[in-house]
Design a protein. Structure first.
Ligand code: ATP
Ligand code: MG
Lengths: 282, 259
C-alpha cells in the first residue's frame, strides 16, 4: 500500500472517529475487521456450495475438508517441517539479496562514480525475468539449497536496489545543504539526513521484495526441491490429495498477508515522523 | 540529490561556545552569474567584525545569493570574499529562507543540530531547550516539525542558528512569517544574542523598519549592485517609531521605489 493510499485510509478513519464514543468504538472495530469480511464471505459461500454438492470434492474440496486435512498434517508435524524449511529459505534469500541491493543502492545513490560503472549492467540484468534462469540454475546447483537461495536473492535484489537508489537520490537537497552548512560530518549527514530521507522509498522496495520472495520460492520449490511448502503441494498432487494442494494455496495467501503486516509494523515504527503515519496526537 | 556528500571545510572551533566576537568579511568585486544571467555584478562591501548589517532589495535582486556566497555554499563567478586579506575561514552559520527542519527529528533534536559536536550528553538537551524557550517554543520540544505552523518552524530554525555560536551569522528573512508582535520579540532576541556574543550579523529582510530597528548599517541592492550604503547612527536600545528612524525608513523606501 502506498503512502498516498495510506493517508487516504487514515483520513477516513479520522473522520469516522467523530460522533459519540460508542459509535467511535464501533467505527474502530469495523475498520479493523472490514478487510476480513470478503474472505469470510467467500469461505461461507464455498462451504455451502460444497455441501449442496455443486462443487465436487475432487475438484475443490470444502473449506472444512481442507481444514481437517490441515489439522492432520499439522499433527503429524509434516506441515511445520515444510513451512519451516520454506520460511528459512525465504528469509535467507531476502537477507542475502536484500542486503546486497541495499548496499549497492546506497553506494550508487551517493557516488556518481560507482553508479556510472554499475548502473547500466544492473539495468540490463534487471530486464531478464529471473525465473528464466531456472534451467541454468538447475544445471549449476542441481536442486540443492543454493538454487533456491540464488533465485530468491536475485528476485528480491532489484526492488530493494532500485527503491533504495531512488530514495537516496531524492532526498531533499536543501536538507543536505543545511546539514553541510551546520558542519555535519559525512557519517552524521548519512545517518541523520540521507538514510531517514530514503527510508519511505526503501520500504516500498521491501514490500515489492516480499511479494517476489514468495513467488520465486514457490516456483523454485515446485520445480526443484525435496522439501518445502510447494514441494508438499506437488507431492499431494501426485497422490490426488486435492485438499492438501488447496491448503498450501491458502497458506501462501496467509503468509503473504503476514509479510505485509510485519512490514507495516516496521514501517510505522520507523516512519513515525511521517505525516501519513501520525495519529491525531497534537 | 546531486550534491556530493562532502563536509564543508569549516575549521573546527574552540570547544566552549559561544565564541565571543565576530570576524570581518569583505566582498571584492564579487560577481555571480547563473548561465547568461548576471545576478551580482561587482559587489564591493567591507563588513567589520561584530557589525550588524542589513541587506534590503526587491525580490529576486540577489540577496539570498549573496548570503550563500558569504556562507561558502556557493562560489563567486568572479572576485573574492576575504577576511582581513585572507580567504574567509571562519565559522559562518546561515539561517535559510526556508526553515529546513529535519522532518524525522523532533523539534528539540532539530535545534541540537545547531550545536557543535563538542557539546555532549545532557548539555545538548539543556542548551537546545533553553534556546527553544527563548523563541517561546519550549512546550513544543517533543513534537514533530510537521505539526508546527510556518512561523513556529521559522522560530525553531532561528533557535538552531542562534545556538551555533557562530563568528558570522547570516539570516535570510528569518522573521518573514511572523505576526507583528512575535516579530518584535524575535528582533529583540536576535539583537540581545548578537550583543552578548558579538558575532558579525548579516540580515536579509524585506521589512525596512526591521532593518532600521536592528542594523548598524543598511545595504540596498539593486540591479546586481550596491545602490545605497547607509549607516544607522541611532543609539541602542532603539525606540521604535521615533523621528530619526522614520526619516531613515523614508529615505530607503524612496530609493527602493524610485529605482
Ligand atoms: N541556482 C540558481 N540557478 C539559476 N538562477 C538562480 C539560482 N539561484 C538564484 N537564481 C536567480 O538569481 C536571482 C536572485 O535570486 P535570489 O534568491 O538571490 O533572490 P532574492 O533577492 O533572495 O529574492 P527574494 O527576496 O525573493 O528571496 C533570481 O533571478 C533567481 O532566479
Ligand atoms: Mg531570498
Amino acid at each position: 500500500m502506498s503512502l498516498v493510499e495510506r493517508s487516504a485510509r487514515f483520513g477516513t478513519a479520522r473522520a469516522s472517529r467523530k460522533g459519540t464514543p460508542g459509535a467511535a468504538v464501533l467505527g474502530r472495530f469495523e475498520a479493523r475487521i472490514a478487510g476480513w469480511f470478503l474472505p469470510a464471505l467467500l469461505l461461507v459461500v464455498w462451504e455451502v456450495l460444497s455441501r449442496v454438492g455443486y462443487l465436487a470434492p475432487n475438484v475443490l474440496p470444502a473449506p472444512s475438508a481442507v481444514a481437517s486435512a490441515g489439522w492432520q498434517v499439522l499433527k503429524s508435524g509434516e506441515l511445520i517441517h515444510h513451512m519451516a524449511v520454506s520460511t528459512a529459505r525465504a528469509l535467507a534469500g531476502l537477507a542475502v539479496g536484500g542486503s546486497i541491493g541495499f548496499v549497492l543502492g546506497i553506494a550508487n545513490g551517493l557516488s556518481d562514480l560507482t553508479r556510472r560503472y554499475s548502473d547500466t549492467t544492473l539495468q540490463m540484468i534487471r530486464n531478464i525475468p529471473h525465473l528464466a534462469l531456472i534451467p541454468l540454475v538447475i544445471l549449476w546447483f542441481g536442486i540443492e539449497e543454493e538454487a533456491k537461495l540464488f533465485l530468491v536473492a536475485l528476485g528480491v535484489f532489484f526492488p530493494i536496489y532500485i527503491n533504495t537508489l531512488h530514495g537516496v537520490r531524492s532526498v531533499d537537497p536543501q536538507l543536505i545543504e543545511m546539514g553541510r552548512a551546520y558542519g555535519m560530518t559525512r557519517w552524521t549527514l548519512f545517518r541523520d539526513v540521507v538514510l531517514p530521507g530514503a527510508l519511505p522509498s526503501i520500504f516500498v522496495g521491501l514490500r515489492f521484495a516480499l511479494g517476489i520472495m514468495w513467488l520465486t520460492l514457490i516456483v523454485a520449490e515446485t520445480i526443484a526441491a525435496e522439501s518445502g511448502l510447494a514441494h508438499m503441494a506437488m507431492q499431494a498432487r501426485e497422490f490426488l490429495l486435492v485438499d492438501i494442494v488447496v491448503l498450501a494455496i491458502v497458506i501462501y495467501a496467509l503468509l503473504g498477508k503476514l509479510a505485509d503486516v510485519v512490514t507495516t509494523v516496521l514501517e510505522r515504527a520507523s516512519l513515525k515522523w511521517h505525516p501519513s503515519f501520525q495519529k491525531t496526537e497534537g | 540529490m546531486n550534491a556530493p556528500l562532502r563536509p564543508l571545510n569549516v575549521p573546527q572551533r574552540a570547544a566552549e561556545p559561544p565564541v565571543a566576537g565576530g570576524i570581518a568579511a569583505s566582498f571584492n568585486a564579487v560577481r555571480r552569474d547563473f548561465g547568461a544571467k548576471r545576478v551580482l555584478d561587482g559587489i564591493d562591501l567591507q563588513i567589520e567584525a561584530g557589525q550588524f548589517i542589513a541587506i534590503v532589495g526587491k525580490s529576486g535582486c540577489g540577496k539570498s545569493t549573496l548570503l550563500r556566497l558569504l556562507a561558502g555554499l556557493d562560489q563567486p563567478s568572479g572576485g573574492s570574499i576575504t577576511s582581513d586579506g585572507k580567504p574567509l575561514e571562519g565559522l559562518t552559520r546561515i539561517m535559510f529562507q526556508e526553515p529546513r527542519l529535519l522532518p524525522w527529528q523532533r523539534v528539540l533534536a532539530n535545534v541540537e543540530v545547531g550545536l557543535p559536536p563538542e557539546v555532549r550528553g545532557e548539555q545538548r538537551h539543556e542548551r537546545a531547550l533553553a534556546a527553544l524557550a527563548q523563541v517561546g517554543l519550549a512546550d513544543r520540544a517533543g513534537e514533530w516539525p510537521s505539526v508546527l505552523s510556518g512561523g513556529q518552524k521559522q522560530r525553531v530554525a532561528l533557535a538552531r542558528a542562534l545556538i551555533s555560536g557562530p563568528q558570522i551569522l547570516a539570516l535570510d528573512e528569518p522573521l518573514g512569517a511572523l505576526d507583528a508582535l512575535t516579530r518584535i520579540e524575535m528582533q529583540r532576541l536576535v539583537e540581545r544574542i548578537w550583543r552578548e556574543q558579538g558575532f558579525t550579523t548579516v540580515l536579509v529582510t524585506h521589512d525596512v523598519s526591521e532593518a532600521v530597528a536592528l542594523a548598524d548599517r543598511i545595504i540596498l541592492i539593486d540591479d546586481g549592485r550596491i545602490a545605497l550604503d547607509l549607516d544607522v547612527p541611532l543609539p541602542r536600545p532603539r525606540r521604535r517609531g521615533n523621528a530619526d528612524s522614520a526619516r531613515l525608513e523614508g529615505l530607503i523606501l524612496e530609493r527602493l521605489l524610485g529605482s
